[in-house]
Design a protein around this ligand. Structure first.
Ligand code: FAD
Length: 148
């Protein structure tokens, strides 16, 4: 396998009130998990009401095909590739696609990565997105463990 990682951002155009937007986002994560498990792709998707930040890892052919499909999706726009590079190991090996909706209790994690207010993806580099996604993954794992 020629292991690569893609990082991109895009503008969220999933419409509707908060409830229907959340359902729309859940639908995206659930289809992503199904397709990515099939295609050997792992990664993370962070979103708020305005932006998506996504990390895709896997064989270069598989993630390129998936990225090309995602880029055509009408539920977002301004899809902007931040990084496409070989990697030696996966950062999200056990996540076919973890979806994290930004919420107030994650504020400190965003602050630790220099994001104090609204996300401005044009000011982020790919390394920051990956590190933020890893910290959010750890946060989600801790939250799950505490309710288990
Ligand atoms: P279906 O889900 O049946 O979709 C068929 C077509 O309808 C596709 O062209 C799709 O884009 C479109 N579509 C489906 N629902 C809607 C809707 N509510 N509004 C508008 N168009 C719609 N897919 C992955 O496989 N892996 C990922 O990691 C991944 N990440 C994504 C991240 C973002 C931010 C977005 C917006 C989408 C992502 N997707 C991902 C979804 C991807 O764009 C395709 O929709 C999906 O891969 C197609 O899956 P499918 O072949 O099962 O077709």
């Amino acid at each position: 396998m020629n292991l690569h990682q893609i990082v991109y951002y895009s503008r969220n155009t999933v419409g509707g009130d908060t409830r229907s937007m959340l359902q729309g986002l859940r639908d995206i994560v659930s289809v992503s998990q199904k397709n990515n498990s099939r295609d050997g792709i792992t990664g993370a998707l962070i979103f708020d009401k305005t932006w998506f930040l996504q990390v895709l890892e896997g064989d270069v052919t598989a993630i390129t095909r998936t990225y090309d499909r995602i880029a055509k999706d009408a539920r977002h726009g301004e899809v902007t590739l931040m990084k496409k590079e070989p990697i030696s190991e996966r950062r999200f090996a056990d996540w076919s696609m973890g979806g994290t909706m930004r919420s107030p209790e994650m504020q400190e994690i965003f602050l630790n990565h220099g994001i104090a207010g609204a996300i401005d993806p044009t000011k982020l580099d790919a390394g920051t997105v990956v590190a933020l996604a890893q910290d959010l993954k750890a946060f989600e794992a801790g939250r799950k463990a505490s309710v288990a």
